[in-house]
Structures are given as structure tokens and as C-alpha cells.
Design a protein around this ligand. Structure first.
Ligand code: AMP
Ligand code: GLY
Length: 435
């Protein structure tokens, strides 16, 4: 068998997916559109200069048809929300990801909250508002602090604010409704209870009817140590989490993932693809913060190091609704992925800095460096975005994986390289004996 795959996106997530697919004996060729400096130099892989803007969807379909692509995997949320899967399916092409209606579970927090209520899925108490005055009156009269204010639509992770005072909440409401900084994504607002506990990422392969959960992971969203500063796309992940038991995972499957799949199927929007609920482990059990309809970034950079099954088979089983026939295998090792970002990210940063030291960092087979914001310019590797690289290391236990990732990251250099120094520290702390 010689399968051709098209991966859509340009981040570290897509490099990790393309890397894992390129290792499959069944896969003869991987195309990545538009890709990055890492996917440009990957074995069996070529970048394709087509954007993921909606206007370019027909070009992608034309390419997939002319190259007889066997499977397309969609990375980013906005392409899913814009209906790329619907168009590929209409063209008779196999594609991994939810259609636009199913992707609303991420693209509309209002829909996802309503779905959770219907399916009895534990989540933060909330109210939805579609005008400034009513939301303002609610905050004035009712809210306890901190309170969380969220724009309902897709806002690149920036549409959520944890407000510690009434003024913070009012300011954020003003930004959304009056200043309209999130445009259409701010037509509705969710105001919800602040949840306390460890935040975890769940990933589940879904085929519309059934789901297979990955080991659990933890991202580190804030830019600075101890979860301070503005939220980013994610500054580093670890997996599996030492404080989540098998029983916890079964509970999450039975109280979150399966009820949502059932409710979506009943809604006429069966979910095929990757369902990624973000959860807080509260004192009263796991509660959902949000659902994503795609692989996490940088969770995927960690997960692709742990999955032992052939990724092509898994994607195909999801698309063909045959997940129950597979027994997906995972390594029993631990993994840590540390992001190297450009100075100034997530606010503003420069591009075009020379990157060195990646081959030194990858001298050990346990270390793999996934590219995000990089580009090859006449064989020179340059920074080209906010999150630049993910240095991912596997080891027999979490502590060793974290140490290896940081040792490898120290060999990489570009002007202004920034990383959080506490990736995994919160999880390791849970393991410390209480003195
Ligand atoms: P979301 O896009 O809804 O996942 O929110 C982005 C981030 O804000 C989450 O990853 C959490 O770190 C934080 N967050 C969102 N909602 C809550 C909540 N209800 N309680 C505590 N933290 C939250
Ligand atoms: N890990 C954060 C995200 O993918 O949304």
C-alpha cells in the first residue's frame, strides 16, 4: 500500500502529525499546506504553497483530487469552522475532522454550553448574553469573583478573561460588545463561574459513535512561570499526568466524552475527528472548561511521541467509523514538550532571526524538535512566528523527560528565545510527599 496524505496547517501540531505519518510504512508521501521550515525538510514530505483561507479551499480540493490524496487531516479550528471538511466530503475525498456543524462545539461556546446542559455534562455554572446592557446588569448584581468572561466565538485563545474585580469584568465586556475587538466572535458572551483545580487536556479519537481516549496531558497556557501573565496558544505540555488515575479517565469518558458524542449524534451532528475537552479537576470532580474540535497544540507534539499504533490506520478507522475494530497502542514512557517562543510573544515579536543548535539538541533519539513559526530561506532556518519550536523528550518517568527536554532546549539558540522554566513543575509537585 502506498498512501498519500495531506496535512493542513503550519504549526508544531502539524509538524508532529506529518512526522508521525511519515513514519508509517503505508504512507509513501505527505504534503503539508502551507507547512513550515520543519515540514519542508521532513522525510517523504513536501510543503504546498496554498493557504487555509476559505477562498483557497477549492485549490486544496483540486490538489487533493489531482494527486489522488488518500487522506487529509485538518489542523486548525478556523478551517474546520469554515466548513473545509464539508467541501472535501462533497468532493468524495477522505478527510479527518468534524464538519462545520459538528465543529461548532468549539466555534460557539454558547452551543457547547447548551449541549453540555442537555447532555448533563459537568461544567462551570454559566449564563449567556447577547447584549451589553443585560450582561452589565448581571455582572453588577450577581457575579462572584473571580468570574470568567468569554467571547463565544473563535478568538485565537484571546477571548477569555479571568476577572478578579467588577472593573476587570466591565472592561472586558466593553472590549467585546462596544469596542468589538473580537468582531463576530463577540456577538454572544458567556459569563461563568471560576473553577479551581489542576487543568488537564483530554484527547479522544472519535468516529461519530465511539471514542478512544489518549493518556491525559497538561498544557501551560500563561506566558510566565506559575501561570502568570497573558494566555498564549500553549507554552509546553507533559503526558501522561501522574495525578490522574485510570478510574479518573474512565469517569471522564463516561461523564464527558460519551454523553457529548451521543448528544451530538442525536443533534444530527455526529462528531468524527479529534475531540479535545479542556477540564479542571475540581474538588467535586472533573468539570469541562471548553471543547476543542481538533488536536491540541502543543499537546500533539507530546502525543505523537507516545502513540505506537500506525497513525494512518487510526485516522482511517475514525473516518470509516470503525474505531471499535482497533486497539490503539501507547508507549508507557513519559514525555515533556517545551516551547521556545520569540521575545515579546504573545503580544508582539520580531521574525527572521537565525536559528541554530537543532541537530545538537536532537543528538539523542529521545529528543525531537518540532517546528512551528520557522521557515527555510535559502537553506537558512529563520524564526517566522510567536511560538517557534517545541523541544520534545521522552524518558522512563516524567522528571527525566522534563530534564531531558530542558537540556536539549538549552542547545538551541535564536535571538530573544524565551521558554517557561516550569513546564511540568505543578504536576511533579503533586507527587512530592507532604511534609
Ligand atoms: P477556554 O478557551 O474556555 O478554554 O479558556 C482559556 C483558558 O482560560 C483555559 O484554558 C483556562 O486556563 C482558563 N479558564 C477558562 N474558563 C475557566 C473557568 N471557568 N475557571 C477557571 N479557568 C478558566
Ligand atoms: N493547547 C491549547 C490548544 O490547542 O488550544
Amino acid at each position: 500500500m502506498s498512501k498519500k496524505v495531506l496535512v493542513l496547517g503550519s504549526g508544531g501540531r502539524e509538524h508532529a502529525l506529518a512526522w508521525k505519518l511519515s513514519l508509517s510504512e503505508k504512507v509513501s508521501k505527505v504534503f503539508v499546506a502551507p507547512g513550515n521550515g520543519g515540514t519542508a525538510s521532513l522525510n517523504k514530505t513536501s510543503n504546498l504553497d496554498i493557504s487555509l483561507k476559505k477562498k483557497d479551499f477549492p485549490k486544496l480540493i483540486e490538489f487533493a483530487k489531482s494527486e489522488s490524496i488518500d487522506m487529509t487531516v485538518v489542523g486548525p479550528d478556523d478551517a474546520l469552522a469554515d466548513g473545509i471538511v464539508d467541501l472535501f466530503e462533497e468532493a468524495g475525498l477522505k478527510v479527518f475532522g468534524p464538519n462545520a456543524k459538528a465543529a461548532e462545539i468549539e466555534a460557539s461556546k454558547a452551543y457547547s454550553k447548551e449541549l453540555m446542559s442537555r447532555a448533563n455534562v459537568p461544567t462551570a455554572d454559566y449564563q449567556i448574553f447577547d447584549d451589553y446592557e443585560t450582561a452589565y446588569a448581571h455582572i453588577k448584581s450577581e457575579a462572584k469573583y473571580p468570574v470568567v468572561v468569554k467571547a463565544s466565538g473563535l478568538a485565537l485563545g484571546k477571548g477569555v478573561s479571568i476577572c478578579h474585580t467588577e472593573k476587570d469584568a466591565m472592561d472586558f465586556l466593553q472590549k467585546i460588545f462596544i469596542d468589538q475587538v473580537f468582531a463576530k466572535a463577540g456577538n454572544k458572551v458567556v459569563v461563568e463561574e471560576f473553577l479551581e483545580g489542576q487543568e488537564i487536556s483530554i484527547h479522544a479519537f472519535c468516529d461519530g459513535k465511539s471514542a478512544v481516549l489518549f493518556p491525559t496531558a497538561q498544557d501551560h497556557k500563561a506566558i510566565y512561570e506559575n501561570d502568570r501573565g497573558p494566555n498564549t496558544g500553549g507554552m509546553g505540555t507533559i503526558a501522561p499526568l501522574p495525578f490522574i488515575s485510570n478510574e479518573d479517565l474512565i469517569e471522564i469518558s463516561e461523564t464527558v466524552v460519551l454523553p457529548i458524542l451521543k448528544a451530538m449524534a442525536e443533534d444530527g451532528r455526529p462528531f468524527k475527528g479529534l475531540l479535545y475537552p479542556g477540564l479542571i479537576m475540581t474538588n467535586s470532580g472533573p468539570k469541562v472548561l471548553e471543547f476543542n474540535a481538533r488536536f491540541g497544540d502543543p499537546e500533539t507534539q507530546s502525543y505523537m511521541r507516545l502513540i505506537e499504533s500506525d497513525l494512518y490506520d487510526v485516522l482511517e478507522a475514525c473516518v470509516d467509523s470503525k474505531l471499535e475494530e482497533l486497539n490503539i497502542q501507547w508507549s508507557s514512557k513519559s514525555v515533556a514538550s517545551v516551547i521556545l517562543a520569540s521575545e515579546g510573544y504573545p503580544v508582539s515579536y520580531e521574525k527572521g532571526k537565525d536559528i541554530s543548535g537543532i541537530s545538537e539538541a536532537e543528538l539523542s533519539d529521545d529528543v525531537k524538535v518540532f517546528h512551528a513559526g520557522t521557515k527555510l530561506d535559502a537553506h537558512k532556518l529563520l524564526t517566522n512566528g510567536g511560538r517557534v519550536l517545541a523541544v520534545s523528550a521522552i524518558a522512563d518517568n516524567l522528571k527525566e523527560a522534563i530534564d531531558k527536554a530542558y537540556n536539549a532546549a538549552a542547545k538551541i539558540d535564536f535571538q530573544g528565545a524565551y521558554s517557561r522554566k516550569d513546564i511540568g513543575a505543578k504536576a511533579l509537585k503533586v507527587l512530592e510527599p507532604i511534609s
